[in-house]
Design a protein around this ligand. Sequence first.
Ligand code: NAD
Ligand code: GLY
Length: 370
Amino acid sequence: MTTVRQAAPAAIERVTIELGERSYPIVIGPGLLGDTAAVQSLVTARDLLIVTNETVAPLYLEAAQRALGPGRRTSTVVLPDGETYKTLESVSRIFDALVDARLNRDAAVVALGGGVIGDMAGFAAACYQRGIDYVQMPTTLLAQVDSSVGGKTAVNHPQGKNLIGAFHQPRCVIADTRTLDTLPVREYRAGLAEVVKYGLIYDAAFFEWLDAHAEALVQREDAAVMRAIRRSCEIKAQIVAEDEREHGLRAILNLGHTFGHAIETATGYGEWLHGEAVAAGMVLAADLSTRLGWLPAADRDRAVRLLERFGLPVAAPRIGATQARELMGMDKKVLGGRLRLVLLRSLGAAEVVADYDADALREVLEAHFG
Ligand code: NAD
Ligand code: GLY
């Protein structure tokens, strides 16, 4: 008798975003795009527009089409790759494709790619015929731990990141962790910046775990990567369920982002990856938190060291404190003329603060931006 050795079934993790009747699952696992039954049970619309880009299409478009199954009417739009194309013009191309395919309100958009594709496809879905469904199929680490989850969609304006957008939750998130195998190392590291963010803002024990498993994560060991993605999604799910529209708590997800957006805008979108700018931005936020007497210097230094071990930039570009402050003024966290900042009360606890010492901010900007 021949013994057929069967591989153990790959672990599939499921996290739910609890938003009443708009609740949805995040399904995470290696090889999900090859699991036709799983994908078909998650995606119910018959008419679909897959939005992807010219880098991701040759890698995963065929697998996504196969997984979605033959019994549907599926069109595709392939956009140019890059943050510089995260524009209204690109979204307009998605609208054209929706109209050309005569898609109606019961159709759904499928975002196959990283955060740039997810943000644009989601925004197009939010607007087309006043809102149709969409599904996230994130293929970067950053998209799997952050941008595909939570319903923020947007495009950039030349004067500011993500200035034009909408809240629109996806129907589900299908994160095939095998797609990370083809992700360039710089992009993978950029995703790790957002993973570190979750530890810093919400979960000191997760930060400790990241510190202890940094090498396994750098080596992209399956078990460590799965755990990091699942815990990141759990934390984001809890925060979004509590404050979907960012009236308060959700803003802590933007640790380092106000500084980071200034870096991205000043250097021209695309030169610094979003995750890299967030890493350098988190160093500024941690440093300001320390100067204000909140975060012990030793914890700030641990955060900086972990980012360094992940190969992330911890020094901001010398764009000048004045320009940086000006660009930060375009951030969506300005309220009543006052720039609110996400700062760390301690490792694992963030707060949105408006009444910080303005001199301390100026000192930090001068120290890091020149
Ligand atoms: P990205 O979408 O530009 O993807 C990074 C690069 O990797 C691109 O060149 C892409 O084509 C390529 N790529 C994607 N998947 C690949 C794969 N599996 N193999 C090989 N190459 C692959 O960048 P990103 O880091 O995924 O996302 C950044 C964007 O996300 C920014 O625009 C940021 O503003 C946005 N964002 C949004 C939210 C949100 O809540 N909506 C949160 C965080 C970030
Ligand atoms: N990335 C910030 C948020 O989703 O709120």
